[in-house]
Design a protein around this ligand. Structure first.
Ligand code: FE2
Length: 136
């Protein structure tokens, strides 16, 4: 299965956000690998749990930054986070209940979602954080 490859257009220039995103890419790729391997189960559940935990942690950090600078677009940004969190929690529930998942579709969905979110919402947030740092 194809892996999510980090490309330079994903760099926001904010070290905290970029560091987190790279970790998320690693977690997503670990999930892809686990989905691919025939003995789905323990490895898959672990990879899914790691991705959910890493995603929540990262979103929490971005949201704390948004609050700190009283970011004007925080509601829209947070609702994107909430939506993705719901989707991956649903996906995990499906796995937990023994449901079959369409592995390539899930992989595409996660990669596309992260890429799209970074190049739109996160780029704007990073720019706002930079501006705030300059003004301080
Ligand atoms: Fe974000």
């Amino acid at each position: 299965m194809k892996q999510f490859s980090w490309t330079d257009d994903l760099r926001t220039g904010n070290p905290l956000i970029d560091g987190d995103h790279r970790k998320l890419v690693t977690l997503i790729n670990a999930l892809f690998k686990a989905m691919e391997s025939a003995q789905a189960n323990d490895a898959l559940h672990k990879a899914m749990n790691d991705l959910i935990a890493g995603t929540k942690e990262h979103f929490g950090r971005e949201e704390a930054e948004m609050e700190r600078i009283r970011y004007v677009a925080s509601l829209a940004h947070e609702s994107e986070h909430a939506k993705l969190t719901r989707q991956i929690v649903e996906l995990k529930a499906m796995l937990d209940s023994g449901g079959r998942i369409n592995t390539p579709a899930v992989a595409d969905f996660l990669s596309e979602w992260l890429r799209a979110h970074i190049v739109t919402a996160d780029m704007k947030l990073a720019a706002a954080l930079k501006q705030e740092a300059r003004a301080a």
